[in-house]
Design a protein around this ligand. Structure first.
Ligand code: PMP
Length: 427
């Protein structure tokens, strides 16, 4: 048991040692000490419903994942410069989940490294440097990726080789998205820059979650290819069965990317990420240069990745994401009808959803911040998205069940009814 004073002491030690660039969630930061399935438990033994974390894709501390990790760690852990059957098997199992055109894979530890490698590939293959991203995109931690991650804020300058476009939204979103990409291509060319890639998160998560209508990204993908560039689908957040209807969110749009980057959910908490790619592109890249990632794709990571894929298959987690995901979207639509004075819009598919609040984005962002803290007090963990954090982000581990959903919707119904929220929103 930790009492309040030891919690405060830990907070003080944390800020003294880790410094100011880390943020923590909630006015009263959460201190979980144990996780299981879709629950986190704090030091006082209180259970929280995790409706936020996609990294523990198959649930927190899944016994099969823990066992696979421990067994391989006890036997051997080296790197991809030695031959190991699990690394090869994981590569085969992972690429089998993609269109046959995407038949090769390279492993990294983080989504950032996967995106960074993809950037190296598109530069090497197209000879261009121009990159098009969405207006509130986040693609990772490296200096190169910070230059194309506008969500890091106005003080973080974008690269001169970067152009931003609004994500597709509304019924005509596909046409406007394609038109914006064409304008961005023209702007790059006018600056003497050859377009190398269109890079977007296939659920447009940090933009605020935009998944519809299916097919809405096709025109934009065609436009970048006509201009000699490639399409990198960032599935770091969207991937691995979360949208339910498909394994990967881009598949809903009927497009096949040139490169797909993967991360967060692959290792269910273990640092495992990957770049899946057309072999002709990798052949060209490999002829020009090489890539070795010390920890990426080591045998322990491969064992973990295999266990995650096994659990998704054996526990029917894609089917669960589809059925519980439909109920989630229906339930949120009902809540939006019950609370028209505070809810502006509900968006999403499967176990990925956003609930946008009414009002100017800054005010709605304050409302979401209030709601997140309120929901935490009710024992439900959620997040935010959008340029001003004006939408609630719902993205639970895949084993999220119907009872969990009922608990979430009841708590959210109560949270959305509170005077405190209406007061902030002026509703
Ligand atoms: N792409 C997207 C869409 C992400 O959401 C993130 C992480 N939030 C990344 C890339 C970077 O992944 P990582 O934190 O594993 O480097």
């Amino acid at each position: 048991m930790t009492d309040q004073s030891s919690h405060a002491t830990l907070m003080a030690r944390r800020s003294r040692t880790l410094g100011p660039a880390y943020r923590h969630f909630y006015d009263a930061p959460l201190h979980p000490v144990r996780g299981q399935g879709v629950r986190l438990y704090d030091a006082e033994g209180r259970a929280y419903l995790d409706a936020y974390n996609n990294v523990p894709s198959v649930g927190h501390c899944h016994p099969r994942v823990v066992e696979a990790l421990a067994a391989q760690a006890a036997e051997l852990n080296t790197h991809t410069r030695y031959i190991h059957p699990k690394i090869v098997e994981y590569g085969e199992r992972l690429t089998a989940l993609f269109d046959p055109a995407l038949s090769q894979v390279m492993f990294t530890c983080t989504g950032s490294e996967a995106n960074d490698l993809a950037l190296r590939v598109v530069r090497a293959v197209t000879g261009g440097t121009g990159i098009i991203v969405t207006s509130n995109a986040y693609h990772g931690v490296t200096a190169d990726l910070a230059e194309l991650s506008p969500s890091l804020g106005a003080a973080n300058p974008l690269g001169a080789h970067v152009r931003t476009v609004a994500p597709p939204s509304g019924v005509d979103g596909g046409a406007s998205f394609a038109a914006e990409v064409r304008t961005a291509i023209a702007s790059l060319q006018a600056a003497g820059l050859r377009p190398a890639a269109l890079l977007f998160d296939t659920v447009f998560a940090s933009d605020g979650v935009y998944l519809d209508p299916p097919g809405c990204v096709a025109g934009a993908v065609a436009a970048i290819r006509e201009a000699g560039g490639l399409f990198i689908a960032d599935e770091v957040q969207a991937g691995l069965a979360r949208v339910g209807s498909h394994m990967w969110a881009y598949e809903r749009h009927g497009v096949v990317p040139d490169i797909v980057t993967l991360g967060k959910p692959l290792g269910a908490g273990h640092p495992l990420a990957a770049m899946v790619i057309r072999p002709d592109l990798l052949a060209e890249f490999g002829a020009k240069t090489r890539y070795f990632n010390t920890f990426g794709g080591n045998p322990v990571s491969a064992a973990v990745g295999l266990a995650v894929l096994d659990v998704i298959r054996d526990e029917g987690l894609q089917e669960n994401a589809d059925s519980v995901g439909r109920a989630l979207q229906d339930g949120l639509a009902t809540l939006a009808q019950r609370h028209p004075e505070v809810v502006a819009e509900v968006r999403g598919t499967g176990l990925y959803a956003a609930v946008e609040l009414r009002g100017a984005p800054g005010t709605a962002g304050q409302g979401i911040s209030w709601l997140l803290n309120d929901m935490r007090r009710r024992g439900v963990l959620l997040g935010s998205c959008g340029s001003h954090g004006q939408a609630l982000k719902i993205r639970p581990p895949l084993p999220f069940g119907e009872d969990d959903l009922a608990e979430l919707l009841t708590a959210l119904d109560e949270g959305l009814s509170q005077d405190g929220l209406c007061h902030i929103l002026g509703a």
